[in-house]
Structure formats: C-alpha cells, structure tokens
Design a binder for this molecule. Structure first.
Ligand code: ARG
Length: 271
C-alpha cells in the first residue's frame, strides 16, 4: 500500500470551549482545558508533518469554539471548494471564515445551497462520494454536491445521535476500503455499504465510542484515537500502519483527528 502525500487544512484550538451542546458529547457544565486541547492538537499536526504531509493553517476566530473542526469548513475536490452551511446558529459564522480562506488560497468556491457540514458528512472513497444525512447535512445537499463535483453520490442514513456526522461512523482507508460501525447506519444504508465495500473493516461499538472511526488515512498510515485499540489491531492485520493520537479534550466537543483535518484535493492525480 502506498502512502499518498496529502495537503491538509487545520485550525489551532486557541478559542476552544464547550459553551453549548449541539451533539450528545458536549456538556457545557464541565469546563474544558483549552491548553491541553492545544497541546493535543499540536501533536496531531506534528504527526502529519512527520509523515511528510503539508499542513495549511486558518486563523482561529474568537467566539467560534468549534472552528478547530476544520473538516466542517468545506469539501475540496479537484481544486473546487464547496463552502458550508451549518445546521446550528452557533457555528454559522465559521462558514464565511473558511470560505474566505478558500478564496485567498485560489480555490474555485461553490455555494452549498442547503445545510452542508463539509467533510464531516462528505467523504470521497475512490470514485464514490459517500454522503451522510440524518443529523446535519441535508439530504437535498447530496444532489447539489453530485452536480458540482461530478462524482456519484451515495446517500447514507445515520441513525445514532452520538455518530451525528458520517466521519464519526466511517473512515475511508484507501480507494477501495473503508472501516465503519454498521449500527450507526439504517438497514438500507448498511446493505449499500456491504455491496460497495464487501471487504470493509467492521468496527465495534467500543471503538466508535472513543471516536475511533474519526481517523485519517493516507492509504498506508492511519492516524486514529489511541483509545481505539481493537480497530487499530484490525487495521494492522490488513497491513496498515496505525498511529494513535490522544485528542481526549477535543472529544468533549464530539471531535477527533478527522474532524480537525480538512483534506485539500487539488486535482485528479491527487485524490
Ligand atoms: N462540536 C462540533 C459539532 O457538533 C463537533 C464537530 C466535529 N466534526 C466532525 N467532522 N465530526 O458540530
């Protein structure tokens, strides 16, 4: 398995906090340790740099505590960035901040038109764009992303509120393989996943409950929460190299490594 050099966008959690609850992981009554969140995030960034990947940074905005979750800032495929539209008003102002970054970086920017939380719910797996719905990204957004990117979109219905974004329930490992938690999907969506990915890795509930599926793969190395021990063992059995990172403080907002990482795909050769 070959590693593909990646370009990522990340946002330092300078203003990270849990001030509101928009998913079941968030409890605004217990304070978070922002310095610890920053140290854990720095470690993640260092991990990518050590793997030879490129990391771009967007300036964090005060008052936007969830802006660290860059995966929700857009979807970038073949040099086009689809901007986002958040379901919740608390995150709404992140959308123009990310949009401005895409414009300044020279990407063609497309309007989302519907609730669309970026790579949190839209994951390119080979030639299919897997699209989650049920909690955040609207079903209507799926037709829009198919039109803009020209990849066949596969709608997947999420059914467990703890796994509210597709990237908390499914990880793309390479062009052909994914790992996922079957219980997080509707029966029909499970059947679709079995059909598309007969060799997929099935994660356990214990792995998913530590956000183990919120992982980032370059095709060879998989960066995942260090607590997801069973999943890491299964991935190693398949020949991947696993790198555990501890993002326990960011998990208190319902986020892991993938949430902190937006993949910037320039063109077809760099899928
Ligand atoms: N607190 C954030 C929210 O509920 C976490 C987002 C995590 N991002 C992700 N790509 N799953 O929106």
């Amino acid at each position: 398995m070959d590693a593909i050099r990646q370009r990522y966008l990340m946002c330092r959690p300078t203003y990270f906090a849990v001030d509101y609850a928009i998913n079941p992981w968030m409890d605004p009554t217990t304070p978070v340790d922002t310095d610890l969140a920053v140290r854990q995030w720095e470690r993640l960034r260092r991990t990518y740099l050590d793997l030879g990947h490129e990391v771009e940074l967007i300036e964090p905005v005060p008052g936007l505590p969830d802006m660290v979750f860059a995966a929700n800032g857009g979807t970038v495929i073949d040099g086009t960035a689809m901007a986002v539209q958040f379901r919740d008003p608390q995150r709404a102002d992140e959308a123009p901040a990310y949009r401005a970054w895409f414009e300044a970086a020279g990407f063609t920017v497309a309007d989302p038109k519907h609730v669309n939380e970026g790579e949190g719910d839209l994951l390119l797996a080979g030639d299919h764009l897997l699209a989650g719905t049920g909690f955040r990204t609207a079903h209507a957004a799926h037709a829009r992303v198919q039109e803009v990117f020209g990849y066949p979109v596969v709608t997947l219905h999420l059914v467990d509120p703890r796994f509210y974004h597709l990237d908390t329930a499914l990880t793309v490992l390479d062009e052909r393989t994914v790992a996922y938690l079957p219980e997080a999907f509707s029966p029909g969506s499970r059947a679709v996943l079995r059909r598309l990915f007969p060799d997929a890795v099935h994660a356990t509930m214990a792995d998913a409950e530590v956000l183990g599926l919120n992982a980032v793969s370059d095709g060879r190395h998989v960066v995942l929460p260090v607590q997801a021990v069973d999943l890491a063992a299964k991935l190693r059995d398949r020949g991947y190299r696993t790198i555990g990172v501890d993002l326990s403080e960011l998990r208190r907002a319902g986020g892991g490594p993938k949430c902190c990482t937006l993949r910037l795909r320039q063109g077809r050769a760099d899928t």
